[in-house]
Design a protein around this ligand. Sequence first.
Ligand code: HEC
Length: 98
Amino acid sequence: MGLMISGATLAADPVNGKKLSAQCSVCHGKNGISKYPEAPNLAGMSSLYFEKSMVDYQKGERHDRRMSLIAKNLSKEQIRDLAAWYASFEVTVTIPEL
Ligand code: HEC
């Protein structure tokens, strides 16, 4: 990860993403595991999928009364930083024995 000069190519900043995520945790959980049944988990989500979802909300290709409003207020850089923050979570899964 080298230093970039142009704003358009600045590396994602997960530290900024962590700060921004304060406004997401009420629904998506501080640890990215949602306690709100309608909201999905964000912990460990691929940054590619995360960014696509947010851009789709912005463009109206995906609509949700909460997320469409929230996405509208975020810049490309902020979305990228949030994506990097949630993608960095390490998720462990326990498969139930049935
Ligand atoms: C008021 C509750 C609420 C808040 C606050 C909130 N979300 Fe959401 N989020 C939701 C719900 C509900 C959905 C599912 C919407 C749908 O069905 O499309 C969702 C979906 C998403 C998705 C799509 C995930 C997927 O699996 O497709 C992303 C990404 C996301 N939120 C990111 C964020 C980020 C980043 C923030 C903070 C900037 C945030 N959300 C704040 C409720 C919230």
